[in-house]
Design a protein around this ligand. Structure first.
Ligand code: FE2
Ligand code: FE2
Length: 370
């Protein structure tokens, strides 16, 4: 972290900045032939489907402060006895702040995606890869803008969860572009794609639904990029390099898994000061809450999501990593030791990616999630 500058001509807000040094290589490419047609397709779609957060979202739609943003029937924490014992107004306040905490993670996570996609633009060795990554950079800029505008209306923003910051920082400071694409386009965006899809289903706010649908249209393209480009690159790697990438993929998944209480969400979670703040705000004792989560976890609390919701680990992240070869025979043992199942069913992933090549074809994904 640099020391605050005394140069008055500089306007960097050091008190809110966090500066990282990265070992990333910057790669020119003077071969302007397009070798990967599917990547050209994603680039074309990205250009055609640009939307404007200012013009294409109806910001006049009201946010009803008396209504929590998440539908009661879709709110997973309602299953916990400790939450059921709250008064109705406490439950509503809890739902409202959980939603604000989640949306804050979307906002900060989008800024991370903006920087990783810019890094990909620098580092990928192919011309069409640079063109595609530039479109993702612009997509992510709009996503930061659109969530900032929405959160501004809520007038509450929580800090980035420490584990998500750690994961994105590891991704940003990785030494190979394939690791950046794994960390962001598969692991973080796998989680985000599931969370956005679920938010679209469970929100009671028309404005938030409009925002989420617009973002989802782009995100499915970002996940598809991982499949189109990363798989081919891993296939051409020296075996040692492939194992190095597989280690990175394992560490990224493990970090996320540990933070979320294991892939099924039934283990101990890493403490998140902002989430603890939400609990305290509505008068929930964090230790009692954790006890309820652990007990409910044993009964399949997270594994059995409300109907129509997507399980990010099982449906998106793990199948995406397997499909591109980022999980090797050797690293399967690491996953087994960590008790993280290697889910391989790509049907949900593919149905969401179809949305990246056509209009917003999310109906198939919805029917699969039912
Ligand atoms: Fe995004
Ligand atoms: Fe994205």
């Amino acid at each position: 972290m640099p020391t605050p500058t005394t140069d008055t001509t500089r306007t960097t807000k050091w008190e809110t900045a966090d500066v990282l040094t990265t070992p990333m290589e910057v790669c020119w490419s003077f071969d302007y032939e397009i070798g990967i047609e599917k990547l050209r397709g994603l680039y074309s779609k990205a250009k055609q489907n640009q939307w404007d957060a200012e013009r294409d979202i109806d910001w006049s739609l009201p946010i009803d402060p008396s209504k929590p943003l998440i539908d009661e029937g879709q709110f997973i924490f309602n299953r916990l006895p400790i939450v059921q014992r709250l008064s109705e107004s406490q439950r509503e306040e809890f739902r409202a702040h959980i939603a604000a905490h989640l949306l804050s993670q979307f906002l900060h996570g989008e800024q991370g995606a903006l920087m990783t996609s810019a890094a990909l633009t620098h580092a990928v060795p192919d011309y069409e890869g640079k063109l595609y990554a530039a479109t993702q950079t612009m997509d992510e800029a709009r996503h930061v803008e659109v969530y900032q505008r929405y959160i501004d209306k809520l007038a509450i923003v929580y800090p980035l969860s420490p584990w998500l910051k750690e994961l994105i920082d590891k991704t940003l400071t990785a030494d190979h572009w394939v690791k950046i694409a794994i960390g962001m386009n598969m692991v973080v965006e796998g989680l985000a794609l599931g969370a956005f899809h679920n938010m679209r289903r469970k929100t009671t706010c028309d404005l938030l639904r409009q925002v989420t649908v617009s973002v989802l249209r782009d995100e499915s393209r970002h996940v598809a990029f991982g499949n189109v480009y990363v798989g081919e690159s891993i296939a051409h790697m020296h075996p040692d390099e492939r194992e190095d990438v597989a280690d990175f993929a394992f560490q990224a998944v493990k970090l996320m898994s540990d933070a979320q209480g294991g892939p099924r969400g039934d283990g101990r979670r890493k403490p998140d000061p902002a989430f603890l703040g939400v609990l305290e705000r509505v008068g929930i004792e964090p230790r009692d809450f954790l006890k309820d989560v652990l007990e409910a976890g044993a009964a399949g609390f997270r594994a059995q999501l409300p109907p129509g919701q997507i399980h990010s680990f099982k449906d998106l992240m793990m199948p995406a990593l397997v499909r591109v070869g980022a999980i090797t025979e050797r690293s399967r043992e690491l996953f087994a030791e960590a008790q993280i199942p290697v889910w391989e069913d790509v049907s949900m992933l593919e149905s969401l990616e179809d949305a990246s090549t056509g209009d917003l074809g999310l109906a198939d994904a919805e029917s699969l999630a039912r």
